[in-house]
Design a protein around this ligand. Structure first.
Ligand code: SF4
Length: 69
C-alpha cells in the first residue's frame, strides 16, 4: 500500500511511529521517516496510525497515489 505523509502538516507527535513502527520511525525529535510503499502485512497497523494521527497528515492507498489534498 502506498503512503504519503504531508510533512508540512505533520507535527511529530509520533503516534504513527508508535502504532506502526515497521513503517514510520522518528528521526530525532521532530522529523519523521516512513516507507512510501508498505508491505501488505502492515496494512492494519498503518490504518491505525492514520486514524491516530492528530493532524490527519497520513494518506494511504488511492488517496496517496492520486496526490490528492
Ligand atoms: S502521527 Fe501524524 S503528526 Fe505524528 S508523526 Fe505521525 S504523521 Fe506526524
Amino acid at each position: 500500500m502506498h503512503i504519503v505523509v504531508d510533512l508540512n502538516r505533520c507535527q511529530g507527535y509520533a503516534q504513527c511511529a508508535f502504532l506502526a513502527p515497521g513503517v514510520f520511525t522518528m528521526h530525532g525529535e521532530e522529523s519523521l521517516l516512513y516507507t512510501p510503499v508498505a508491505p501488505e502485512d502492515q496494512r492494519a497497523r498503518v490504518r491505525r496510525a492514520v486514524a491516530a494521527c492528530p493532524v490527519q497528515a497520513i494518506l494511504v492507498g488511492e488517496e496517496a497515489g492520486a496526490g490528492a489534498r
